[in-house]
Design a protein around this ligand. Structure first.
Ligand code: UDP
Ligand code: MG
Length: 159
């Protein structure tokens, strides 16, 4: 095993390997991205950046879906507006896989507020505002597991 040969391989349990672990993350193309016809641009970027798409679907979220998905933010002042925004039109949800996928996607999308997002990040390119900021990304491997399970049944992901 050496660089180039097995860089993307999944670390075995208890492995002393320093190779980056394969990981899943849950992403959402939010209503503004869908409405503004950015699905194609963003999916192209996903493919160019080397993520594997394990599952992808277009959905109209219900209010209770949005409330459950963003439950961690329920005490925040923006929670109600955020939930209403997330049901304002269809979204695309996808499970992606890559080495260190959670951080890789967060780096690619940029800061929550597109005004603060680095040049060429997805939010800098496509977001409308801090709320309508084009995309979601899980913020930890543990949350990613829960968020993938929120949208995809066992057996629905194609690995
Ligand atoms: N959000 C908002 N106002 C804020 C902060 C967040 O409307 O002041 C929305 C925005 O759509 C964001 C989502 O709430 O993406 C979740 O917030 P979080 O802090 O988790 O940001 P993210 O992880 O999406 O960058
Ligand atoms: Mg977040």
């Amino acid at each position: 095993m050496g660089p180039g040969s097995d860089w993307n391989s999944v670390d075995g349990e208890g492995s002393r390997s320093f190779w980056t672990s394969m990981e899943k993350t849950l992403i959402i193309l939010k209503p503004d991205a869908v409405k503004n016809k950015h699905i194609g641009h963003i999916v192209t970027r996903i493919e160019e950046e080397g993520f594997k798409i394990l599952g992808m679907k277009l959905l109209q979220l219900s209010k209770s879906d949005a409330q459950k998905f963003y439950e961690v933010h329920k005490e925040r002042p923006f929670y109600d507006d955020l939930c209403n925004y997330m049901i304002s039109g269809p979204v695309v949800v996808a499970a992606l896989e890559a080495p260190a996928a959670v951080q890789k996607w967060r780096d690619l999308i940029g800061a929550t507020d597109p005004k603060e997002a680095a040049a060429n990040t997805i939010r800098a390119l496509y977001a409308e505002s801090k709320e309508a900021n084009a995309v979601h990304g899980s913020d930890s491997a543990e949350n990613a597991q829960n968020e993938v399970a929120f949208f995809f049944k066992d057996g629905e992901l194609i690995g």
